[in-house]
Design a protein around this ligand. Structure first.
Ligand code: PEP
Ligand code: MG
Length: 320
């Protein structure tokens, strides 16, 4: 039985009617890759690079970032790897950078906004990434906290310039959809990117105007709030129309019921904490895609997050 479970972990997650959902891991460092693969990760959907800055207490230079990205590419053994460009600010403060103190850091210069203001941070990272890509692997770059088309155009221009200077191959460039503006304008953004990855942690925070870290709001700051689900649906539909794929790398992807709903909404890649992978794969295998589509259509019509959660009882129990 144990052997069967182990074998099942390694299998892809396919719905009963044969739609494959890619299940990937959120990891920060190459030494976490072996555990993720053992849990059944089919790739890395989110490598949070701010960790390299937070851990060390210093800003890693281009060469040391290059070594880390190469090590990660090796560690994932040719599987897809999405590296997120630095997402600093908000809940991810890096004291040694001595950035200006902000009254509202979650609404401040964070993620892509900081990258575009600080070429001294963005350019060494992009150079390190393109140097790593030049040596092979299935690498993609993703930008956090994107709010506008202008930002994407500027970020892509930086990528193109650095890629050309290095003579590196073109690699997919995606953005996180984690701000309501990006979800609402997903059609316009989709024309400029290769993929979307929805960050349900920040998207929930910004759609509901509830601090993701405030313990008094933890119960209400619920990614199953129908307003959040409608934003996700809007994003996936716009991406589909543009022929681009949508993943989810926020916490909702790692919840078996959340994952089932997301698959029903049209999400085709889910990235999560490695330990959540086996249960999510098992939930996805328990239903047909048409059941999940019906489930998610009902969820979009629910009035409250509690009503959405109650739909879980209507899903057939998954086999493990
Ligand atoms: C998110 O916001 O959902 C996300 C995946 O990014 P982070 O949690 O790192 O902000
Ligand atoms: Mg985020």
């Amino acid at each position: 039985r144990r052997a069967r479970q182990e074998a099942l972990r390694a299998e892809p997650a396919t719905t009963r009617d044969g739609t494959r959902i890619e299940v990937a891991a959120n990891i920060n460092l190459p030494d976490q890759a072996a555990f993720a693969l053992a849990q059944g990760a089919e790739g890395v959907g989110l490598m949070r690079t701010e960790f390299l800055f937070l851990e060390s207490g210093v800003t890693p230079d281009e060469d040391s970032q290059f070594a880390t990205y190469r090590a990660m590419i090796e560690a994932v053994q040719g599987k897809p790897l999405i590296v997120r460009a630095l997402d600093i600010g908000g809940d991810k403060q890096v004291p040694h950078l001595r950035l200006p103190v902000e009254a509202n850091p979650f609404l401040g210069v964070r993620g892509a906004r900081l990258l575009l203001r600080r070429p001294d941070l963005m350019e060494p990272q992009l150079r390190a990434l393109y140097r790593a890509a030049k040596e092979g692997g299935a690498l993609s770059i993703m930008f956090p906290m994107v709010t506008s088309v202008q930002e994407v155009i500027a970020l892509r221009a930086a990528c193109d310039r650095i890629r050309a200077a290095i003579g590196a191959p073109e690699i997919p460039i995606g953005i996180m959809v984690e701000v309501p503006a990006a979800a609402v304008q997903a059609d316009a953004l989709a024309r400029h990117v290769d993929f979307f990855s929805i960050g349900t942690n920040d998207l929930t925070q910004y759609v509901l105007a509830m601090d993701r870290q405030n313990p008094d709001l933890a119960a209400e700051a619920d990614s199953l709030h129908p307003a959040v689900l409608r934003m996700i649906a809007m994003t996936v539909q716009a991406a589909d129309r543009a022929g681009k794929w949508t993943g989810v790398c926020g916490g909702l992807a790692g919840d078996p019921f959340g994952a089932a709903l997301l698959a029903g909404l049209g999400v085709r890649e889910l990235s999560m904490t490695p330990r959540d992978i086996p249960a999510v794969k098992s939930a996805l295998r328990g239903a047909t895609l048409s059941q999940l589509q019906a489930l998610s259509a009902q969820a979009l019509d629910c009035a409250t997050a509690d009503e959405v959660r109650a739909l879980e009882a209507t899903l057939a129990p998954a086999e493990q």
